[in-house]
Design a protein around this ligand. Structure first.
Ligand SMILES: [Zn+2]
Length: 158
């Protein structure tokens, strides 16, 4: 368990709402992007753009990190949710009662495309974005500071 942060508002980048944002959204970045890569649906083979959150720098669970993605996103703040509305195929997996994590969905048949297939293995499109073929992945800068929860993924430089 991470310690409960005492200071709210001092280093909160204007989010002095009294909510314990660092617990709700333990990952944040002011240099974040939507990374976009083409994939083929595993059910109907329709080709579409899958996205993920990529941060050139940021903080995850009180650790400063460079060049990481966030997989299995399960919470986003208001500003990030508004910006992600541009990609309606990236949405909650579940229903209103049990929203689950965010995932990409095939726009043709609606099948979810698991984040594990995008981040986990060296051949996956979002495994190592900084060193990926530049043509394969497009980056769209996200505005302001994004705050979210999920699993951070990054590769260790040799
Ligand atoms: Zn499909």
């Amino acid at each position: 368990m991470s310690p409960i942060l005492e200071s709210r508002g001092e280093d909160d980048h204007g989010f002095a709402t009294g909510e314990p944002e660092d617990e709700q959204f333990p990952i944040y970045s002011d240099d974040a992007y939507v990374a976009i890569a083409p994939v083929a649906c595993r059910s109907c083979f329709h080709r579409f753009d899958a996205i993920c959150i990529f941060c050139r720098s940021g903080t995850a669970f009180e650790q400063e990190l460079d060049n990481f993605t966030v997989a299995n996103v399960h919470g986003v703040d208001e500003s990030l949710a508004q910006q992600l509305a541009l990609w309606p195929t990236y949405r909650w997996l579940g229903c209103t009662d049990g929203p689950g994590d965010w995932a990409n969905h095939c726009p043709s048949c609606g099948a979810p495309y698991d984040d594990e297939l995008l981040h986990d293995e060296p051949e996956d499109p979002f495994f190592d974005i900084p060193n990926a073929e530049s043509a394969a992945i497009r980056l769209v800068r996200l505005k302001g500071i994004i705050r979210l929860s999920g699993d951070e993924h990054y590769t260790i430089e040799e």
